[in-house]
Design a binder for this molecule. Structure first.
Ligand code: SF4
Ligand code: SF4
Length: 245
C-alpha cells in the first residue's frame, strides 16, 4: 500500500515514465458503455492496481479537490466498517448515483456487466464464509449474515455504444497489460500475488491512516456492532480529514 510519503514520489515516477498515459490508452481501447445507472454494482467497490489508484488520485486532485476531505472520511469509514455495515457504498458514488471519478474508474468497474466470467469484476467477496470464520475465531466477531451472504447480481443492463460485443479476452488482456505497468512500480512477485490489487477506497484509506489502523480495525468493528458507533473510529476520521493530502 502507498503511505503518504510514498504517494507523490510514486505519482511523479508514474507520470515521468508514461505509465499513466499507457494506462489511459488501455482504457481507451475498451468500448464505451452506457447503463441504467442504478448504482447497484457500486455497493462493493472492486479492486484496482496501484497504478490505477495513482491515476484516480491525480484526477481527484485536479478536479475534485473540494470533495477530498469528504471522500477521505467516507473511505476511512468504509475501510473500518465494510464487513459490518452492508449499507455502505463506494465513497465515489455521488448522490445522483453517478461515479465521481468516472473518466478514470478502474478496469474492474469498466468490466462489470460486460463479461460472463465476472469473477475479477465483482469485488472481492468470494470467500466470505472463510473470512467470517476467521473473524469469529481470531477476534470473537460475528459478521452480520447480510454482509456474508451479499453477492452482486449479474447486470444485464450494460449497453455498448460503439461495438456489438466485448470479448472476455479483451478484458483479460487489458488486466494483464495493467499488471505489467504495475510491475514497473512494484516487484513482480507482489503483483502476481495480487498484493497491490485492492479496492481504490482501501488504497486511499491506507494512504491517510496511520500504521496502527490495521491492528485496531477488529476492535472498531466490534465496538460498532455492539453500539452502532465507535469513538475510536470517530478519532481516526477526525485525524484523516486533517491530513494534508
Ligand atoms: S452496470 Fe448495471 S448494476 Fe452497475 S450501475 Fe449500471 S445498470 Fe446498475
Ligand atoms: S469507482 Fe465509481 S464505478 Fe467504481 S465502484 Fe466506485 S462509484 Fe462505482
Amino acid at each position: 500500500m502507498l503511505s503518504l510519503d510514498k504517494l507523490y514520489p510514486q505519482l511523479s515516477y508514474a507520470e515521468k515514465n508514461g505509465l499513466l498515459d499507457k494506462l489511459n490508452s488501455i482504457y481507451k481501447g475498451l468500448p464505451q458503455t452506457d447503463c441504467e445507472r442504478c448504482g447497484t454494482c457500486c455497493t462493493v467497490p472492486p479492486p484496482a492496481y496501484i497504478v490505477e489508484y495513482l491515476n484516480m488520485f491525480r484526477y481527484m486532485k485536479k478536479n475534485l479537490s473540494n470533495f477530498i476531505p469528504e471522500m477521505v472520511e467516507k473511505a476511512v469509514r468504509f475501510y473500518f466498517l465494510e464487513l459490518v455495515d452492508i449499507s455502505l457504498k463506494c465513497p465515489f458514488l455521488g448522490d445522483d448515483q453517478l461515479c465521481l471519478v468516472y473518466p478514470v474508474r478502474p478496469l474492474s468497474c469498466r468490466g462489470y456487466g460486460l463479461s460472463k466470467k465476472e469473477k475479477a469484476f465483482l469485488g472481492m467477496r468470494g470467500e466470505m464464509e472463510e473470512l467470517a470464520e476467521r473473524y469469529r475465531v481470531q477476534h470473537d466477531i460475528i459478521l452480520p449474515r447480510e454482509v456474508v451472504d451479499f453477492q452482486l447480481p449479474e447486470c444485464g443492463n450494460v449497453r455498448l455504444e460503439d461495438s456489438k460485443k466485448v470479448p472476455t479476452e479483451l478484458l483479460e488482456v487489458s488486466i494483464s497489460y495493467i499488471a505489467q505497468l504495475e510491475s514497473q512500480l512494484f516487484p513482480t512477485e507482489l503483483v502476481d500475488k495480487e498484493y497491490t490489487f485492492v479496492p481504490y477506497v482501501t488504497h486511499l484509506a491506507l494512504t491517510v491512516l496511520s500504521e496502527g489502523a490495521r491492528v485496531r480495525r477488529p476492535k472498531i468493528m466490534k465496538e460498532y456492532l455492539e453500539n452502532g458507533s465507535s469513538d475510536r473510529l470517530d478519532q481516526f476520521i477526525k485525524k484523516a480529514r486533517a491530513v494534508n493530502i
